[in-house]
Ligand binder design. Structure first.
Ligand code: DQA
Length: 153
C-alpha cells in the first residue's frame, strides 16, 4: 500500500522559514521521520512538494492510480485554493490535512480551510508529530477501505 505525502508552497523552506512559528526541522527531516514510521506501518510513501497549485493538483490526480491515501499540507493554498479542494474531493481517497502550526490560533485568514470539508480529518499545531499522526491515520483509513473492498468486516 502506498501513501502520498504532499507539501505545498514554501514548505521547501522549512528549517529556515519563520522559525519562531515553524521550528527548525527541515522538510527532509520530516520526510525521513515518516519513512521510518512507514516501515513500521508496512506502507510505502511517495513524496512531492511544489510551490505551484497546478502541480499539486496533477500529483493528486496521478495518485489515483497508485496511492490509497494522502497526507497533505497545502500551505497557504489551504485558505483559498478551490482547485486543490476539488482535487481532494475528486480523488476519493482518504486525505489527512496537516499543519505544523495551529492555524486556528493565528491570523484570521488562516483560521478557515477550504480543504477541511473534503478531508477525512485535520491535524493542526502539533509540528512534526502532526505529520506522524496523519500518516498513522491515513494508513489506518486506507486499510479499513481496502478491507471493505474485499468484504472483510
Ligand atoms: C501551514 C499553515 C499555513 O497557513 C501557511 O500558509 C503555511 C504552513 C502550517 O503547516 O502550519 O505555509 O500550512
Amino acid at each position: 500500500m502506498k501513501i502520498l505525502v504532499l507539501n505545498g508552497p514554501n514548505l521547501n523552506l522549512l528549517g529556515r522559514r519563520e522559525q519562531d512559528i515553524y521550528g527548525t526541522v527541515t522538510l527532509d527531516e520530516i520526510n525521513n521521520s515518516l519513512l521510518s514510521l512507514a516501515a513500521e506501518l508496512d506502507v510505502e510513501l511517495d513524496f512531492f512538494q511544489s510551490n505551484h497549485e497546478g502541480e499539486l493538483v496533477d500529483r493528486l490526480h496521478a495518485a489515483i492510480e497508485h496511492c490509497s491515501a494522502a497526507v497533505v499540507n497545502p500551505g497557504a493554498f489551504t485558505h483559498y485554493s478551490y482547485a486543490l479542494r476539488d482535487a481532494v474531493a475528486a480523488v476519493e481517497m482518504p486525505v489527512i490535512e496537516v499543519h505544523l502550526s495551529n492555524i486556528h490560533a493565528r491570523e484570521e485568514f488562516r483560521r478557515h480551510s477550504v480543504i477541511a470539508p473534503v478531508a477525512a480529518g485535520q491535524i493542526s499545531g502539533l509540528g512534526i508529530d502532526g505529520y506522524r499522526l496523519a500518516l498513522r491515520a491515513a494508513a489506518s483509513l486506507a486499510n479499513t477501505a481496502a478491507r471493505g473492498a474485499v468484504g472483510i468486516k
